[in-house]
Each structure stands twice: as structure tokens, then as C-alpha cells.
Design a protein around this ligand. Structure first.
Ligand code: COA
Ligand code: MG
Length: 297
């Protein structure tokens, strides 16, 4: 089982200054961005910087995982992005504005060829689609589960591009919460990820100076079944990492669930503190302990 990645920190690919912050940022992965954080006229420079950055630290010698967000198919820029970054062996590709699993499959075929061309282990580069950024995308989320996409690491969602696609003037309601459409696609993303057996990654928290708000929002997301989140500023990484770790009480409870099952071999349901725990609780306890172990909790 691959350990879940809690935090993905976006780094604009054209910013040497921000790229220099990667080593100490503490994120489980960084996303070197070639898409929306980079103006069209800066794309060639960003490609060159990101490709040099990847090549400077080969896999195995990196302080964290290096993902790249490429441009989407309809821009005609994706192949140039991939041609530039693949020699450096990125750990994963974030694919924005996907319309559905067929888009992920197409990218996966490109990666098959490019891994072979650059001597990279076949199938080792993962894909994280941003799967709600177009009007059609939410309708295809249910198809991820049966698509057999072996590179799929998780599914994430985005509100900004979707509201642009809908001609909406805001994606928030009168209380400052996500408006209904965005709550809906967020839930569909969560369901699609779990239906596919991959991580559900929550979208960014815009107010990067509000650490308490970020932590509360991440804890709520984790309680719903998200296991990680995108960050836009280094100051968000610690809050995300902490919030997506199981708490000491959860770890303790999980250990006691395992012990209760171990004490009753062959039982599908056991009693713990006067409550029934059965196989779904056992699986959940195993998940909690696997995550705690992966990140030294
Ligand atoms: N990655 C690495 N370093 C970052 C960073 C990031 N995402 N965001 C900020 N920093 C650095 C800054 O360069 C600055 O460094 P310094 O102290 O050496 O000057 C330090 O952290 C503090 O930054 P701050 O002044 O608080 O923020 P800012 O005004 O420079 O930048 C943003 C604000 C939002 C522009 C910036 O955080 C950013 O570029 N975020 C990512 C945007 C992105 O990739 N979007 C695409 C996905 S939605
Ligand atoms: Mg975008």
C-alpha cells in the first residue's frame, strides 16, 4: 500500500525564488506548476526551470516527491510540457481540467511511451486529475471506479475553473460557504476517489494567513473521508500535515480494535467498551495505523 500523501504544495514553475524553498517546505509532495500560475509568455521559461529542477535531484535523492502540473489537452501545450519534464523523471503528474477517465487514460498512454523513452520504471509515474473543473467533468466521475487506471493516485477537485466554465460570478453562497454546485462536486469527488480505491484530495484553502481556519477545515475534510489537501503557501503545510494525521486517541482506539480482534480469532464481530466493532471498523483501524506509521505518528 502506498502511503497517503497529506500535503501537495503548489510552486509556480517560473519562480526560481519559490523553487528554492522546496527543500525545507515539509510537504509530502510539491506540484511544480506549468499551468494556471504561469502566464502564457512565461511557459517556455517555466518548462526549462522545472526540467532543470527535476534533473538536479533524481528520484531517490529528493527531499520530497516532485509532481508537475501540466497544461490540459485543449491548450495544445501538454506534449511540450511532458517532453520537457519527463527526462527528469517526475514522481507524478497533476492533470488539470480533465473531462473524465478517458483523459487520464490518454495521458497514461503518453507516460507509457515517455517512461520507456527515458529509461524510467514502467508505470511508476502517478496521475492526480483535477476532476471537476469543466461542466462535463462531474458527470463522468462515476466512471473512474471501473476505468482500471493503474496510475491513478487520487482524485481532487477545483472550484475556480468550474465557476469560470459556468459563467458564475461567485462559487460561494451568502454565508461564504461553497455554493451548492461546488459542495455537490466536492462530494462526488470524495465518492469517486473511494469508489476507485484512491485518495480523495481536498481543494485549496484560499486564505493562507488563517491557520486556525485551515486546520478546522482540514479536520472536517478528514472526518468526511478526504486524506490530503492542496496547499498554495508554505505556511499551510504544517496545518495540513497535522490535520490529516490520526489523533493520539484515534491511534489508541485503532490499536485496541486490532487487539480485540486478535483476542477473538475467527470472530467477525467483537465487543469493545460495550460497543460492537466489526470488519469495517477493523479495516478503518488498519488504515489509521498504516497512516500513523507512514508519517511517524
Ligand atoms: N512555494 C514556495 N515558496 C513560496 C510560496 C510557494 N507556493 N508562496 C510563498 N512562498 C515564499 C515567498 O517567496 C516568500 O519568500 P521570502 O520570504 O524569501 O520573500 C515567503 O514564502 C512568504 O511569502 P508571502 O509574502 O507570504 O507570499 P507572496 O505574496 O510572496 O505569495 C502567493 C503569495 C499566493 C502568490 C504565493 O503563495 C504563491 O505563488 N502560491 C502558489 C500559487 C500557485 O501555484 N497557484 C496555482 C495553483 S491554484
Ligand atoms: Mg486552474
Amino acid at each position: 500500500m502506498r502511503p497517503p500523501l497529506r500535503s501537495f504544495l503548489f510552486i509556480p514553475g517560473d519562480s526560481e525564488k519559490k523553487l528554492a524553498k522546496v527543500a525545507g517546505c515539509g510537504a509530502d509532495a510539491v506540484i511544480l506548476d506549468l499551468e494556471d500560475a504561469v502566464l502564457p509568455e512565461n511557459k517556455p521559461r517555466a518548462r526549462a526551470l522545472v526540467s532543470a529542477f527535476l534533473a538536479a535531484a533524481p528520484r531517490g535523492a529528493r527531499p520530497t516527491r516532485y509532481w508537475v502540473r501540466v497544461n490540459p489537452f485543449d491548450t495544445g501545450l501538454m506534449l511540450q510540457d511532458l517532453a520537457a519534464v519527463m527526462p527528469g523523471g517526475p514522481d507524478g503528474i497533476m492533470q488539470p481540467k480533465t473531462n473524465g477517465p478517458e483523459d487520464v487514460r490518454r495521458l497514461s498512454h503518453y507516460l507509457d511511451a515517455l517512461e520507456a523513452a527515458h529509461g524510467i520504471e514502467a508505470g511508476s509515474i502517478q496521475i492526480l486529475p483535477v476532476a471537476t473543473e469543466t461542466a462535463v467533468a462531474p458527470f463522468t466521475l462515476g466512471r473512474f471506479a471501473d476505468a482500471g487506471l493503474e496510475r491513478l493516485a487520487g482524485i481532487t477537485w477545483g472550484a475556480e475553473d468550474l465557476s469560470t466554465a459556468l459563467g458564475a460570478s461567485t462559487n460561494l453562497d451568502a454565508n461564504g460557504e461553497w455554493a451548492f454546485t461546488y459542495k455537490m462536486v466536492r462530494s462526488l469527488c470524495l465518492l469517486a476517489a473511494h469508489a476507485s480505491g484512491v485518495q480523495a484530495i481536498d481543494t485549496l484553502y484560499v486564505d493562507f494567513r488563517d491557520d486556525a481556519g485551515l486546520r478546522a477545515s482540514c479536520r472536517a475534510a478528514r472526518a468526511e473521508g478526504f486524506s490530503g489537501r492542496v496547499a498554495i503557501h508554505p505556511a499551510q503545510v504544517a496545518g495540513i500535515n497535522d490535520s490529516f494525521m490520526p489523533s493520539a486517541e484515534e491511534i489508541d482506539h485503532a490499536r485496541r480494535v486490532l487487539a480485540a480482534f486478535a483476542a477473538s480469532p475467527g470472530a467477525g464481530a467483537v465487543g469493545l467498551d460495550g460497543k460492537m466493532v466489526d470488519i469495517p471498523h477493523l479495516r478503518q483501524a488498519e488504515r489509521v495505523l498504516a497512516q500513523a506509521e507512514a508519517f511517524g505518528g
